[in-house]
Design a protein around this ligand. Structure first.
Ligand code: RUQ
Ligand code: CUA
Length: 656
């Protein structure tokens, strides 16, 4: 559709056209789309495209006709992109990128006062970070099951945690403590989301100061932070959060106990050798220094007890955080160590909470620990010794049920509804399905290639669904058309209900490097369609005090500050002419007064780096200094209507 002679239409004619555009979507792209494939029978199509029966079966399991929806949504880390990716399953269609640690222009995320403040909250030592290394999303839980309300994510590089509210899929908070300098055991939630867990990866002096690397054992430390989540406010409450000092091992992934093990937290570690590199200084590189011992240490934390110790005030303030120091931890018996096979990576509590599966990168086994045995050893104070920091060590043999021979480089484990576990096997590039009951591998499916995390439907909750699993592969090699030396990641969807398991779909993901994801039943989510009432501040989740109603648009000057109270509605901004003087500070207060589903506008001023997304009902505030005189067109960036191109105006910056 093209309207080149709008002048010829009457006002009512325009209204009719506008309504038509709404119901038809955005004209031009939807014009004549003719299928390229010649009509033909299934058999002919298979021959033509070289498809096997298995290919067709796979296609039928993933193909989702227009208008049909997915059964599951997967929340995947966007890796270095610092954003989160929402993917429909089984179609593997990308539904959204949610801006989290990185500015995201489409959503106007990081380009206005509200979301700019969210990004600023994540500043470290006064420096604003514009990217993040996102690893592990964690959906909020109620009684150990995903409740579809929030999702938390971490930034490994800058030790940060973000809260995304699933009522509108918007990042509401970024939080960080200068106590630690990186994280990896994050984010994991306790079964009712009382706490969001963040543990450090690379030891450093607590609080972010300097200490000579030679003092590694004395001055460097790890830590775990228990961030208190306030469900009502939808925010983490730092004033009720606390941390525990940990020995300078490299703490890795973590998991919270559930059901039988609720109230306990498990964190594994590598580099119990406390090697710190020095390849030009006559010491071995970290990778070999850290791989000397046969066992590293699983950290077992009694969170209930730790919380009581924190509440009793037996803490020390470091970088504004209440920290339970190791000495207190040992006096109170809050932490125990337990051997785990060489260079472990994933620790995954079973759905009943009774056992934990730990896999070591340099060990071919998955080791199954029994929580009851561990608890018995702790209660009986049955130690094989203490580490140099005075933390008691429990006997390995007495704490396990057995080991399952999985293959080369087992990493992460998920569960299904039939008592099976699935473990990613990095070096072999397979996913192994094995029986929890008899610790035997049932079968393996090849993946392409170097699988890191895997995610099964609700696969780390108290009631996994089975059905689908996604292998999140780091390398793609020969899977897709060549696009230069930097290749996409490869998400592979696998049917785990079928026997044997069936690889269904390859989804290239041109963002690096997603680590973990969680897959939730789509019907558990119920996000809003529009913000109501119009004038909503999406960060405070309240109507904005600066919200603008139709007919109340105005421009107010207070000295050198010009406040512009503006509305947007198809297809104009009011006011559409804004006059200021060079040097004025301009405060734009824009409310999209639309309440129609999908009636989103954008607002941008060229050369001033001003941009925002105005979803129906959303209010944004944008502040900038008009430091260059000139004529600046502003316009709407979303093709919102037939008169979208006319949805424009002028900022006139007069010489002062
Ligand atoms: S972790 S691949 Cu990627 Cu953060 Cu196991
Ligand atoms: Cu509003 Cu285009």
């Amino acid at each position: 559709m093209r309207f080149t002679r709008m002048g010829a239409l009457s006002a009512s004619g325009i209204a009719v056209l506008l309504a038509a555009t709404v119901s038809m979507g955005c004209g031009p792209q939807q014009a004549t789309q003719v299928s390229q494939a010649p009509a033909s029978s299934t058999a002919e199509l298979m021959k033509q495209r070289g498809l096997t029966e298995a290919d067709v079966s796979a296609a039928l399991q993933t193909y989702t006709p227009t208008g049909k929806k997915d059964t599951y949504l997967t929340f995947a880390s966007g890796g270095h992109g610092g954003n989160m990716i929402v993917i429909g399953v089984p179609s593997m269609r990308i539904l959204k990128y949610v801006g989290v640690f990185t500015p995201e222009p489409w959503q106007g995320y990081g380009y206005g006062d509200q979301s700019g403040q969210v990004l600023k909250m994540g500043s470290r030592f006064g420096k604003e970070m514009t990217w993040g290394d996102m690893h592990h999303p964690a959906l909020s839980e109620t009684a150990g099951d995903y409740d579809g309300k929030f999702v938390f994510v971490n930034d490994k590089a800058n030790a940060r945690i973000a809260v995304v509210d699933l009522h509108d899929f918007v990042t509401k908070q970024i939080i960080t403590s200068q106590l630690i300098q990186s994280d990896h055991g994050a984010t994991f939630v306790t079964p009712n989301t009382e706490y969001v867990i963040e543990s450090s990866q690379y030891p450093a002096p607590l609080g972010g100061g300097y200490a000579p690397i030679e003092d590694f054992q004395e001055k460097y430390r790890g830590a775990v932070i228990f961030w208190k989540f306030d469900r009502e406010k939808g925010k983490i409450d730092p004033s009720n959060s606390f941390a525990m000092e940990l020995p300078p091992y490299m703490q890795d992934l973590a998991d919270a106990g559930k059901l039988a093990s609720e109230g306990w937290v498990f964190i594994n570690s590598f580099n119990t050798e406390m090697s710190y590199g020095g390849t030009l200084e006559g010491r071995p590189p970290m990778e070999s220094g850290a791989s000397q011992n046969d066992m590293d240490y699983l950290h077992i934390i009694d969170l209930k007890k730790a919380e009581a110790v924190y509440k009793a005030g037996k803490t020390k303030k470091i970088a504004g955080m209440d920290v339970i120091m190791l000495e207190t931890t040992n006096q109170e018996g809050l932490l125990h160590l337990l051997g785990e096979p060489k260079s472990p990576h994933g620790v995954d509590v079973t759905p009943d909470g009774k056992e934990l599966v730990i896999s070591g990168k340099l060990d071919t086994h998955g080791t199954v620990y029994v929580f009851e045995k561990i608890k018995g050893l702790i209660d009986a104070k049955k130690y094989i010794g203490k580490d140099q920091y005075g933390v008691p060590i429990l006997p390995f043999e007495d704490s396990i049920r057995g080991q399952v021979e999985i293959g080369l480089g087992p990493l992460h484990t998920q569960y299904d509804d039939k008592g099976n576990a699935y473990t990613s096997v990095f070096i072999e590039s397979t996913v192994a399905k094995w029986s929890l009951k008899d610790l035997k591998v049932i079968e393996k499916v090849k993946v392409h290639y170097n699988v890191g995390h895997i995610v099964a439907a609700e696969g780390d909750t108290v009631s996994p669904d089975g059905g689908y699993l996604i292998a999140m592969n780091k390398w793609a090699l020969d899977r897709f058309n060549k696009v230069g030396p930097l290749l996409p990641q490869n998400f592979q969807l696998i049917n785990i209900n079928s026997e044997p398991m069936q690889l269904l779909y390859d989804m290239p993901l041109p963002l690096g490097e997603p680590h973990y994801a969680q897959m939730i039943k789509a019907d558990k989510l119920d996000p809003v369609d529009v913000y109501k009432p119009a004038g909503f501040d999406v960060v405070t989740d309240k109507p904005s005090p600066d919200a603008v109603k139709a007919k109340e648009e105005r421009i107010e000057r207070e000295g050198k500050h010009v406040h512009v109270y503006m509305t947007s509605v198809r297809s104009h901004f009011t006011p559409d002419i804004v006059r200021v003087k060079k040097g004025d500070t301009v405060h734009l207060h824009i409310t999209n007064v639309e309440q129609a589903h999908d009636a989103t506008h954008g607002f941008t001023i060229g050369s001033y780096n001003v941009h925002s997304s105005l979803e129906p009902g959303k209010h944004v505030d944008i502040t900038f200094v008009a430091d260059r005189e000139g004529t600046f067109p502003f316009y709407c960036t979303e093709f919102c209507s037939a008169l979208h191109l006319e949805m424009a105006g002028y900022l006139l910056v007069e010489p002062s």
